[in-house]
Design a protein around this ligand. Structure first.
Ligand code: PRX
Length: 633
């Protein structure tokens, strides 16, 4: 399954295009199936309907856990580094992780969970988060992990959309020196959620919580009950390859976040294959992915991908700047990390604290570096390469999305020649195509266009939960017979791909996907706001910042207070990650005669580029542009 030279990559790629079914069948042979598939692939992008490994039966946790027990039971599966460096780190071997997953799977069953049920997980980065995720998969329940930074309202929306019956959370959590009262946020959310009948609460921070009789139970008590029942084993539920494995909500250009659905067989094959290849994982290496399991990167490349390969994954509870900006490097030094996979925003932020935060840390264990989530600028790329990688660790700039399930365009470490800020070449099985606005293919090299994919791959989304039509219109209806990524892209003279950023109304703030419409809806909920328009602007650390133009004729006197109030509203409705960086009060928004907001103009003003705003003659009130320009922040 592992490609070890550029020749092999080219051969694999060729085969994956010419004989995709044979190619993926061979890859899938490297996994444990209870029953082999009848048909590798059946698809059309029109409906869309995508089925991989139909008739195949499996349980992903047997691939992540059971199959490693005999030979690698004592290999560390998870090394956990706590938020507070003075607290002891924990190591869970494959055997221990297997036992804990089985135990908690039984807890879930005791609490009424069964195959097909949706379970919401809202937890900090503790090993029990991985255990909870895997325990759901063990019994065939569908997990919906919600990142610990989302608000009660966001959680309620997600729980209701999927009708979750059970929630798993902790009393609280620590991120840096901030305490997050997770259980209390869940309590606020559940006021709006009728479907939830049980909440399982893990003790983490000893934050006082209120436990509701009949609904809330402690993780530790439930585990004890299972222990006294005396049968810790939990046979894995047999799943169909196309049964749902999980839902993960992500933002788009319109409306509420949608629940991206991934299925058992294809997702397993794709995350396992891409992990093994992109990072060229060798047995015994310590692999540290700094993402949170609340995002797709954590699902695919902390939990499932690495575990299917018997890897040792380091999981970090805290933030890169606590107790100081040397923390990542300290962790690399302490645990002798070999592979570090992180985000450009973290690199830029740590870089800004100066090289002295790196000096004195022994980073010589590192052999491979990775980047994900947003375009990496050349300055950050070079600093990562020279200062962290000592000039001899290949950097894999991995482009992919929540919807793609796994890495799509990326160098293969040590195999593909890298180029700063380029995701380079498609992995085997991935057929990118650039199209112009009219959906016409842009052929040849040295060109740019909108990035689409023209053939299915096993890890791709199958639907958006509860609303297949939304999946069709969002991804498969823009261009005929193509999956549309929402990203702009250029292909250089060598055929290397460089992702240039979103071409829709989606922002990428510190690697987090935020829909402008969502932020606008939240701002508009504030009592003194009439309407608003949100755009992105270049931000040194975050990549993009959130710039809000707000029409608020009645600011109740103090502008600064209203500004803070609006920020608080966004925090409350979505979560702190969506808080605007800048709020400019305006008397009106530039609109066309048909009432459409001219975002292009607002974007340019936010970017500080007002020299050429293009044609403003079609505007209802061109004077408003001068006012906005004059008041730009
Ligand atoms: O715009 C692209 C950007 O992040 C988007 C996907 O966001 P999300 O679903 O949250 O998944 C992030 C982690 C996979 C993409 O549409 N993006 C992701 N990776 C890169 C990137 N942009 C440039 N280069 C990347 N390596």
């Amino acid at each position: 399954m592992k490609i070890t030279s550029f020749d092999e990559y080219q051969q694999a790629y060729k085969k994956s295009v010419e004989q995709p079914e044979e190619f993926w069948a061979e890859v899938a042979e490297n996994f444990v199936w209870r029953r082999k598939w009848d048909k590798v692939l059946e698809w059309n992008f029109k409906d869309p309907s995508i089925k991989w490994f139909q008739g195949g039966k499996l349980n992903i946790t047997e691939n992540c856990l059971d199959r490693h027990l005999e030979k690698n039971g004592n290999t560390p599966a998870i090394i956990w580094e706590p938020n507070d460096p003075n607290e002891h780190h924990r190591v869970l071997t494959y055997k221990q992780l297997h036992d804990k997953v089985c135990q908690f799977a039984n807890v879930l069953k005791n609490n009424g969970a069964k195959k097909g049920d949706r379970i919401c997980i809202y937890m900090p980065m503790v090993p029990e988060l991985a255990i909870a995720v895997l325990a759901c998969a063990r019994i065939g329940a569908v997990h919906s992990v919600v990142f610990g930074g989302f608000s009660a309202q966001s959680i309620a929306d997600r729980i209701n959309d999927a009708s979750c019956s059970l929630v798993i959370t902790t009393d609280g959590g620590m991120r840096g020196n901030k305490e997050i009262p997770l259980k209390s946020v869940i309590d606020d959310a559940l006021v709006q959620c009728k479907s939830v009948s049980k909440v399982i609460v893990l003790t983490r921070s000893r934050t006082p919580v209120s436990m509701i009789k009949g609904r809330d139970v402690w993780w530790e008590d439930e585990v004890k009950k299972v222990e006294t029942q005396g049968n810790p084993a939990c046979p894995a539920e047999e799943m169909d390859a196309e049964d749902m494995l999980f839902i993960l909500y992500t933002s788009g250009s319109t409306g509420k976040p949608k629940g991206v659905v991934h299925t058992c067989g294809g997702y397993m094959v794709y995350t396992g294959y891409t992990f093994a290849n992109v990072f060229q994982y060798n047995k015994g290496e310590v692999y540290f992915c700094t993402a949170d399991i609340g995002w797709i990167t954590g699902h695919s490349y902390i939990a499932y991908g690495p575990l299917t390969q018997g890897a040792t994954a380091l999981m970090f509870e805290g933030i890169p700047t606590y107790p100081d900006a040397g923390r990542f490097w300290e962790i690399v030094d302490k645990h002798k990390v070999n592979i570090l996979y992180t985000a450009p925003t973290a690199i830029r932020s740590l870089m800004s604290f100066g090289d002295e935060m790196v000096d004195g840390k022994d980073l010589s264990s590192l052999t491979k570096l990775g980047s994900v989530g947003e375009p990496i600028n050349e300055e950050a790329w070079h600093w990562f390469d020279e200062k962290i990688g000592n000039g001899n660790c290949p950097i894999v700039d991995t482009w992919w999305q929540t919807e793609t399930g796994g890495i799509m365009i990326s160098p293969i470490a040590g195999v593909t020649k890298t180029k700063p800020s380029y995701a380079t070449l498609p992995l085997p099985g991935i057929q990118p195509i650039l199209v112009d606005e009219n959906g016409k293919e842009v052929e040849g090299n040295g060109v740019s266009g909108n990035l689409c994919i023209k053939f299915p791959w096993p890890g791709m989304l199958r639907t958006t939960y509860g609303d297949h039509e939304r999946c069709r219109t969002t991804y498969f209806a823009t261009y005929n017979n193509l999956y549309f990524t929402g990203d702009g892209c250029l292909r250089d003279e060598d055929g290397y791909y460089r992702i240039t950023g979103r071409v829709d109304d989606v922002l990428n703030v510190s690697g987090h996907r935020i829909g402008t419409a969502e932020v606008e809806n939240a701002i508009n909920m504030h009592s003194s706001v009439v309407e608003s328009a949100v755009v992105g602007y270049p931000h040194d650390i975050k990549g993009q910042g959130v710039y809000a133009y707000v029409v608020s004729p009645d600011k109740h006197g103090d502008e600064e207070i209203t500004r803070k109030d609006i920020m608080m509203t966004v925090s409350r409705i979505i979560g702190p990650i969506a808080k605007p960086d800048k709020i400019q009060f305006v008397s009106g928004l530039p609109k066309t005669r048909s009432g459409k907001i001219m975002r292009r103009i607002l974007r340019k003003i936010a970017e500080g580029d007002t020299s050429n705003l293009g044609d403003t003659s079609t505007l209802l009130d061109p004077a408003v542009v001068d006012e906005i320009k004059g008041g730009a922040l």
